[in-house]
Design a protein around this ligand. Structure first.
Ligand SMILES: [Zn+2]
Length: 279
């Protein structure tokens, strides 16, 4: 499942063919992938910014020059399990499971949204603040520093593994990066989030920024199906310290790494380097 680094990698890849380009037409190809009853106007538009919040991309579409007074509208895409944006040459055949196409003639490309498993969602909204997809979504994980993470976690009895992956608290982190961040910070996934000291929350924040930033620099992680926008796999899985490495020696202490299944999800950690008790 794409997490923050994979979505950010996609954003950076498609930005050059979208922002400032004329979007000649927007063509929805499927009905049941929309979060609300709104459908995109056909166009044309000029592509504005693409911003990311957690695992959601927000495209701004500026109505055509003939009608400059019209405000932009926003296309939001939440990736779900298998959603992805690809660009393909204008005139080439669409990939299977393509659900939306943006035609960008000056680049000779079509920007296409596909999602075989259809857990992802698209939405047209007059403003990101009014978006149903973003309703109840917390701040982007990369926008938080140690003291703000401390304040968010302080009232919580839930374990760190759940708090870090709860998009209502902070958006963008799933099972893979939760495991990597907690290992990097030397914190047990079973520690109650509210038990962190301010110093520990700052350490967690530093690990969060370090792990997510280096994953973005590597083009994200490819575990099952994720591919970068150009079809190549991400490279960060080579650097995973714990995820998918149960039984292998911990890179810090040499003991075999643990895997347990909690709520139908695999959880990876080092029992020695991530002690349950606060020091
Ligand atoms: Zn260890």
């Amino acid at each position: 499942m794409p997490e923050l680094p994979e979505v950010e990698t996609t954003r950076r890849a498609i930005l050059p063919v979208f922002t400032g380009r004329r979007i000649a037409s927007i063509t929805p190809l499927r009905e049941d992938i929309w979060a609300t009853g709104r459908r995109p106007p056909r166009g044309p538009f000029t592509g504005g910014e693409i911003v990311r919040r957690g695992k959601t991309l927000i495209f701004s579409l500026i109505p055509d020059k003939a009608d400059r007074s019209s405000p932009p509208i926003f296309l939001l895409s939440r990736f779900g399990m298998s959603g992805r944006w690809d660009r393909r040459h204008q005139g080439s055949r669409p990939a299977p499971h393509t659900h939306l196409e943006l035609l960008i003639p000056e680049e000779g490309v079509i920007l296409a949204w596909s999602d075989p498993r259809r857990f992802g969602r698209l939405e047209i909204s007059p403003s990101p603040d009014e978006s149903r997809l973003l309703a109840g979504t917390g701040p982007d994980a990369l926008s938080l520093d140690g003291p703000s993470l401390f304040e968010i976690f302080r009232p919580l009895a839930t374990p760190l593994r759940k708090a870090l992956t709860n998009p209502a608290l902070l958006a963008g982190i799933g099972n893979i990066y939760m495991a990597e961040i907690l290992f990097d910070a030397g914190l047990s996934p079973f520690r109650p989030a509210g038990s962190l000291s301010l110093a520990e929350a700052c350490r967690l924040s530093q690990s969060l920024h370090r792990i997510l930033s280096s994953a973005i620099d590597s083009g994200g992680s490819t575990i099952h199906s994720y591919r970068q926008e150009d079809g190549s796999p991400g490279g960060y899985q080579k650097f995973h310290a714990v995820y998918g490495r149960e039984g292998s020696p911990c890179r810090r202490c040499g003991l075999p790494l643990q895997r347990t299944t909690v709520e139908a999800r695999s959880l990876y950690y080092c029992a020695l380097c991530q002690p349950l008790a606060a020091p």
